[in-house]
Design a protein around this ligand. Structure first.
Ligand code: PGA
Length: 307
């Protein structure tokens, strides 16, 4: 029988640890995600590097990046886990059970949408363990490229990947100002009325920022003097505190203390925007992911019935 070096020297757990460190570029973050002690993670990475005979990571500043060899090992580990996930799925189907993990990655605005559906879904399917990642569009695209999750939610799905995108529901983007602002109670405002205001913008890589820039370019309206704040929650707080005006998902406002913030009545707004449920074309969806898609469709039909 063929003797394989890796069956003697390498464990699945080490490969899982390698992927966790590669994904987060940090031992600390990987240890946290895997509920392991930091030294355990470092030791297992070192053992794997020893078995492979070459360093797997290099430090760039405070971040850990895969070496070329590390990237090869990570790619092999991903394929291996894909095969094993497929096996897990087939075994679950064979047993007629709805068990397993459901991995969803969503852009930050969708945190006002998905957890509610996930809550009702998990109540009906207690055998399924959900993992929800929330990040900006750029980061969720990176996860999609690496095939890290079962389902994704975007407002602006990438055009250059082979994906299937199903519209979910509207995600209008509104202009907000603090209550008591000179423009807060006026109706029929135009973009020009905002001259002199400071716009609080999301960071590069954000889908909200992408939508705002695209909309302004389409309208040929100039960008206001702006500062970058990398979180919708922080933009809401900063607007309420008078730092400037901001453009956020209207859904983000339902979680605001009432009375702090006003939506401006501005021509062209809200910027029309929608969420999409995205899957990689050709990826075999797990029973859990298929069941969640059906759950979402049922919730949407229900909501349409009540509208
Ligand atoms: P993001 O998400 O701004 O955090 O990327 C927004 C979106 O695309 O809706």
């Amino acid at each position: 029988m063929k003797r394989r070096w890796h069956t003697r020297q390498t464990t699945f757990r080490q490969l899982e640890i390698l992927l966790a460190v590669a994904e987060r570029r940090s031992v600390t973050a990987a240890a946290e995600a895997l509920h392991l002690a930091q030294p355990t993670v470092s030791t297992q990475v070192a053992r794997l590097a020893e078995a492979v005979g070459s360093p797997l990571f290099e430090h760039v500043g405070r971040q850990m990046h895969l070496t070329e060899v590390g990237a090869e090992v990570a790619q092999a580990a991903r394929s291996l886990f894909d095969v094993l996930d497929g096996l897990e799925m087939r075994l679950a189907q064979r047993a007629g059970l709805e068990v397993g993990r459901l991995r969803i990655a969503v852009v930050t605005t969708a945190k006002y949408l998905i957890p509610r559906w996930l809550g009702s879904f998990c109540a009906q399917h207690p055998g399924i363990t959900p993992e929800l990642q929330i990040a900006n569009r750029g980061e969720v695209i990176r996860r999609l490229q690496q095939n890290l999750d079962d389902l994704y939610v975007f407002s602006h799905p990438p055009h250059d990947l082979d994906i299937h995108a199903e519209p979910l529901t509207d995600n209008p983007l509104v202009m907000i100002a603090p209550t008591g602002h000179r423009l807060a109670d006026r109706s029929g405002l135009n973009w020009g009325d905002l001259a002199g205001e400071r716009l609080l913008m999301r960071e590069e890589g954000s889908g909200t920022r992408h939508a705002v820039e695209r909309f302004l370019a389409q309208q040929a309206w100039p960008l206001l003097d702006h500062v970058t704040i990398a979180s919708t929650e922080a933009i809401k707080e900063a607007v309420a505190a008078g730092l400037g005006v901001g453009i956020v998902s209207r859904h983000a406002l339902t979680h605001m203390a009432p009375g702090n913030i006003a939506e401006l009545d501005l021509a062209g707004f809200p910027i029309p925007n929608s969420w999409y449920l995205v899957t990689l074309r050709g990826k075999q969806l797990s029973p859990a992911a298929q069941a969640f898609k059906q759950h979402v469709a049922a919730q949407l039909t229900d909501a349409a019935g009540h509208a």
